[in-house]
Design a protein. Sequence first.
Length: 320
Amino acid sequence: MAGLAGEATGVERRFTIAFANLTEEPGVLLEGTGFTGREVRESFALAARAYPVDLVFYDNHNDAHRALANAEDAIARKVDLYIQYFRDSAVNAEIARKLRGADIPVLAVNYPVPGAPLYTADNSAAGRVGGEALGRFGSGAWKGQPVVAVLIGPLGAQADRIPERAQGVVEGLKSHLPTATVTRIDTRGDPAQVATLLGRFLAANPGRKILVAAMDDTTALAAKSVLEASGRLADGAIVSHGVDRSIHGGMSDHKEIDPSNRGSIVIGSVAFYLDRYGYDVLPLALQLLRGEPVPPRTATHHKLITAANVFIEYPPYDMQ
């Protein structure tokens, strides 16, 4: 019904859409990647320029009380739709109840809200993409040589669904190297542990080729440094997850994923596109507002970003 008023006048009506972000606290990284809440917010602001929408931004501060207060404020403003990005299922259920009572539709980001369509990263799928890339490399470049694999990063981070990512890596890797042994190294969220823990693993595996599945880009870069310091660059291959600016960058930056750095042992990183969420979520919001069907679940299309395609997927921000 929302679209009919616009059709009657020949001018599409504008909608007021609220986006309640998980957190915009500086330095806090989201979804086990190198992206911040500010980057997610900016993606909505940029994407909104192409649509008949006015955005109202809220910061949930990763806090239940703030998340509830934000929803109540949006109800008072009479927004047309509410986009909720929050982890707590009980809070999301209460917010769904409040918004339903106010006849305000909801879209959920990354964590379900009862009765709302969900847009989410697919950690299992992303992990499989990374694992398959490692497996293909190992079975091709190192065929017939002793190969071991290691998963490294904050492997126990349930809130960021890292265990799903890690399991996906194993499944993808095993599809190409079914007999490969896989060792798990949990950094417990401290990249500084990579040097000690991976260094110990390398010392215990002399003469072997090492496939490294890093759960995030920071860990991948730390792992590369350890291999280099150990004189084992020729023995290593790394696939990461995230594709934040630490691993790709501008024309003048020296980054691991770059067309001029094709010899890097970092094969690639699996994109999570948190810095583009607005471009994926706002079209779903408009479909919902216009009464069009919206899938109950829409997943990020995760893709391996390499030196060959990085400038297509992420053109350098300082390219002239």
